[in-house]
Design a protein around this ligand. Structure first.
Ligand SMILES: [Zn+2]
Ligand SMILES: [Zn+2]
Length: 228
């Protein structure tokens, strides 16, 4: 646990990351300036309704849909996500999700038997950070659509280096035999929504998707707050 940042968090004022004015971590006014992604296919980057991955693109990337709220390059959201992830400002997720309620409700397919699976962290990294940010995002998404969250279904069993610091080959090696599934917790016919804060290379998500496929789960989707 980062003790110093936790103590700072206890005594801080909750101000908006962008304008420093409001009581919220991310105020309504600043959210209006947030550029939302137009629905596209995560693999080929071409337009696609509801962020669905084209059938031909699913051969390379076995996911049905990757919902991305906004661009990580956006300086305000970059700062917010960094603080929410590393400095105990996870309440910021609530503001971002509640203020973009329409966006998430529009793109989530509520007719399916859905389940939210936060991307897991190794217990040692979680202990160092104090929490898993993906679980907070999933919890806040549950608040707006009541799709059940299963925190214990997927486990990270190997401690890995940060993917962003590695080459493509190192990334693949780094992620082999990293995740483990507890079967019987999630029905095989469910649609699994993997939840994460940022999707950059997509290699972690891809590794999890492959494991889920091997174990008989075919309907795999992703929701993340930002991407490159
Ligand atoms: Zn603001
Ligand atoms: Zn495509």
């Amino acid at each position: 646990m980062k003790l110093l940042s936790y103590i700072t968090w206890l005594f801080q004022n909750n101000k908006c990351f962008w304008c420093q004015k409001s009581e919220h971590f991310f105020c309504r006014q600043c959210n209006d300036n947030l550029k939302l992604y137009k629905p596209y296919c995560y693999v080929c980057k071409k337009e696609s309704s509801n962020f669905l991955v084209h059938k031909e693109c699913q051969i390379r990337f076995p996911l049905e849909q990757v919902i991305v709220l906004t661009r990580y390059r956006n300086t305000g959201i970059k700062k917010l996500l960094r603080h929410a992830k590393y400095y105990w400002k996870h309440e910021a997720y609530r503001d971002v999700i509640f203020q973009n309620l329409d966006f998430f409700q529009k793109h989530l397919d509520s007719d399916r038997k859905n389940v939210f699976i936060p991307v897991p962290m190794h217990y040692f990294r979680r202990w160092k950070r104090g929490y898993n940010q993906s679980e907070y995002i999933a919890k806040n998404l549950w608040n707006i659509c009541q799709i059940p969250v299963k925190n214990n279904f997927l486990k990270k069993i190997k401690y890995t280096k940060q993917q962003s610091h590695l080459s493509k080959i190192e990334r693949a090696k780094n992620l082999s035999w990293v995740f483990f599934i507890r079967n019987n917790i999630v029905d095989k016919n469910s649609t699994i929504y993997l939840i994460d804060d940022i999707i950059s290379t997509g290699s972690t998500i891809l590794e999890i998707a492959k494991l889920l496929h091997i174990n008989g789960y075919k309907n795999i989707r992703v929701i993340c707050l930002a991407s490159d």
